[in-house]
Design a protein around this ligand. Structure first.
Ligand code: HEC
Length: 184
């Protein structure tokens, strides 16, 4: 190899090394904050499907983002659920926030940081434990279907902590969700 070829090899190697360093630096600079990561996970993991009441928007049924993640609306008039039927065991209201099934009737929780009616007084460890164990704050009563806690329990601690960070950053909405009803 002549001197010029050697020089150009060194130059290429140096350029490549530079590119790798720049890429990894840029990658690090762009890595999302926990709140951004949590927002992404909440919006791609279906939390709005059940925890935001649905209404009829201009393009059809959609989550009512004015009540984002505030759970089943208190005071919502509900007729008794249809009788359980082995072929169609589960029913949901039009808001997608109240569900009847073999477990009784469950109402989706208020996930906003309201201290009295939402997750405002929860710690991050209580939130992670709730998802991991499927129990209220990791130690209370069992969290009923259709909350997919066993699915979200597969997430990493960092992702669950990010979800909690995002949920604590959204506007608090006071909405006292009813207690579940036992099976009839
Ligand atoms: C298919 C519907 C559904 C989806 C999707 C869903 N949830 Fe739930 N969730 C529920 C229902 C219903 C309850 C209330 C169950 C009960 O009262 O036992 C609940 C309860 C919870 C609770 C327990 C609150 C408490 O007071 O113990 C937390 C925390 C929670 N959900 C977080 C989430 C998060 C975060 C997401 C998205 C990553 C999510 N849920 C997605 C239906 C859902």
């Amino acid at each position: 190899m002549n001197a010029i070829a050697k020089l150009s090899l060194v130059a290429t190697a140096t350029a490549l090394l530079g590119a790798t360093t720049t890429l990894s630096l840029t990658g690090r600079d762009r890595s999302p904050s926990p709140v951004e990561r949590g927002r992404y996970l909440v919006h791609t993991s279906g939390c709005h499907d059940c925890h935001t009441p649905w209404h009829l928007g201009p393009n059809g049924p959609e989550p009512d983002l004015k009540r984002a993640l505030s759970g089943h609306p208190a005071g919502f008039e509900l007729a008794p659920p249809p009788a359980a039927n082995p072929g169609w065991p589960v029913h949901a209201t039009a808001t997608n926030t109240a569900w009847s099934g073999p477990w009784g009737v469950s109402f989706t929780a208020n996930l906003t940081p309201d201290r009295e009616t939402g997750l405002g007084s929860w710690t991050v460890d209580e939130f992670v434990a709730a998802i991991r164990t499927g129990r209220h704050q990791g130690r209370g009563r069992q969290i009923l279907p259709p909350m997919p806690a066993p699915v979200y329990a597969q997430m990493t601690d960092a992702d669950l902590q990010a979800i909690f960070a995002y949920l604590q950053s959204i506007p608090p909405i006071a909405n006292k969700v009813p207690e579940p009803l036992p099976p009839r």
